[in-house]
Design a protein around this ligand. Structure first.
Ligand SMILES: [Zn+2]
Ligand SMILES: [Zn+2]
Length: 368
C-alpha cells in the first residue's frame, strides 16, 4: 500500500525526471554548477594566478581539484543536500507555472492601474539593454538584501546557518541550503522576475519577446564563465582593491564564510560590492588569505538529515526566549496600574493566564 503510494507520488510529481535532471543540469549553460563553468572557473583562476605569481601561482590553482576537499565529509553533506533539496522543492514548488501566473496577473494589474505603452521610440536593442540592466540591478540588490536579512534576523539565521556550516568549500556548497531558505530565495526571484518582466511587457509591448526574457541572460553567463564557482572553492582569488570596490571577488565571498569573528557579517553581495559599501559590511579579499570555515557550532558536523532538522531546534529555542520575554512583559503590565497602549492590551489578551494565575494566587493567599 505504502509502496504504491510512494510510487504514485514519484510518478505524479515527476521525481524520476527531477533526479535525471539533477545529472543533466551538469551540462546546462543556465546552471552555475555545470561542467563548462566548472572548467572555465579553473582556467580563469590558473591564468590570473600564473600571470601574478608565475609557477607558484599556477600550483596554487591546483587546489581547485584537491581530492581532500572534494571528498571531505562536509563536501559529501553538500552533495546529499543538493539531491535531497532538489527532490523536496520539486514537490513543493511548481516553478514554471507559478512564474507565468504571476507575470500574467501583474501584467493585467499594471494595465488596471492605468500604466500603458511609453511610446519612446526606442530601438529593440535599447529596450533589451535597458531590460537587462534593470533586471540585473534589482536581482542583485534583492539577493543582497535577503542575504543581509538572513544574517540579521535570528528566525532566518536559524536556516541560513546550514550554508555557513560548511567546513570546506566546493562549487557544490552553493546548494548547501535549508529547503526553507530555498523557498525564500525562490519567492524572491519570483517577485523580481515577474515584476520586471510584467512592467516591460506593458511599457514596451511587441519589443520584449518572451524568448529574450527567459533565455540565458548575458550577465549571468559572464558571471558564471568568469569564475562564479571559485567563490566556493579552495582557491582564493582576489580581483585587487580597485575592482573589489565594485565587484565581489571569490576571495571576498570566502571571507563571508570565515569563522573568524572579525569576518562575521561581511560581504553579503553576489555580483556588485556597492551594496556592501552602502550597508557598511564591505571587506577586501586577499589571494594569500588562509581561512577556517564553519560556524563553530555542532551543526558543522551534521549530515544532510541533521542539517534539515537542526534549524527547527534552533527555532524552538528562539521561540522559547520570545515566549519568556512576552511572559515577563505581560507579568509587568499587570503590575502597572496606568492606561496601557494597544500592544500591551494585545499581550494581555494573548496571555490571560497571568491574570488567572494572579487571581488564583491572591484567592489562595486570602484563603490562607
Ligand atoms: Zn551568509
Ligand atoms: Zn556561500
Amino acid at each position: 500500500m505504502l509502496d504504491a503510494f510512494i510510487l504514485s507520488l514519484w510518478e505524479e510529481f515527476g521525481l524520476w525526471e527531477e533526479l535525471a535532471q539533477a545529472g543533466s543540469s551538469l551540462f546546462a549553460l543556465d546552471k552555475r554548477v555545470s561542467l563548462v563553468y566548472l572548467v572555465s572557473a579553473f582556467a580563469f583562476a590558473a591564468i590570473v594566478l600564473w600571470v601574478r605569481y608565475g609557477k607558484a601561482g599556477l600550483q596554487r590553482s591546483y587546489q581547485y581539484f584537491s581530492w581532500r576537499t572534494w571528498w571531505h565529509p562536509s563536501a559529501r553533506t553538500d552533495y546529499g543536500l543538493w539531491l535531497a533539496n532538489r527532490l523536496l522543492l520539486a514537490l513543493l514548488i511548481p516553478k514554471t507555472l507559478a512564474k507565468s501566473l504571476w507575470v500574467s496577473w501583474l501584467f493585467f494589474f499594471w494595465q488596471e492601474q492605468g500604466l500603458t505603452s511609453l511610446e519612446l521610440g526606442w530601438s529593440d536593442t535599447a529596450v533589451v539593454l535597458c531590460f537587462t540592466l534593470c533586471y540585473f540591478l534589482l536581482d542583485d540588490f534583492s539577493r543582497f538584501f535577503v542575504h543581509w536579512c538572513m544574517h540579521k534576523i535570528p528566525f532566518l539565521w536559524a536556516f541560513h546557518q546550514v550554508h555557513h556550516s560548511a567546513r570546506v568549500l566546493t562549487p557544490f556548497t552553493v546548494f548547501r541550503t535549508h529547503p526553507v531558505e530555498g523557498v525564500i530565495f525562490f519567492l524572491r526571484s519570483l517577485l523580481v522576475q515577474s515584476l520586471i518582466i510584467s512592467l516591460f511587457l506593458v511599457m514596451f509591448p511587441h519589443q520584449v519577446s518572451l524568448m529574450q526574457i527567459f533565455g540565458v541572460l548575458i550577465t549571468t553567463f559572464i558571471f558564471n564563465l568568469l569564475g562564479a564557482n571559485l567563490r566556493h572553492s579552495g582557491v582564493a582569488l582576489s580581483y585587487g582593491n580597485k575592482i573589489e570596490k565594485w565587484f565581489i571577488s571569490p576571495a571576498q565571498h570566502q571571507v563571508h564564510h570565515s569563522c573568524a569573528k572579525h569576518h562575521y557579517d561581511r560581504n553579503f553581495g553576489v555580483v556588485l560590492a556597492v551594496w556592501d559599501r552602502l550597508f557598511g559590511s564591505f571587506c577586501y579579499g586577499d589571494d594569500k588569505q588562509i581561512l577556517q570555515y564553519g560556524t563553530n557550532q555542532p551543526i558543522d558536523r551534521l549530515g544532510p538529515w541533521g542539517q534539515w532538522i537542526m534549524p527547527f531546534k534552533s527555532l524552538l529555542s528562539i521561540l522559547n526566549v520570545v515566549h519568556n520575554v512576552v511572559h515577563i512583559a505581560s507579568w509587568m503590565i499587570n503590575k502597572i496600574p496606568v492606561n496601557k497602549p494597544v500592544f500591551f492590551r494585545i499581550i494581555k489578551k494573548v496571555y490571560p493566564m497571568n491574570e488567572q494565575n494572579s487571581v488564583d494566587e491572591t484567592s489562595s493567599r486570602k484563603q490562607k
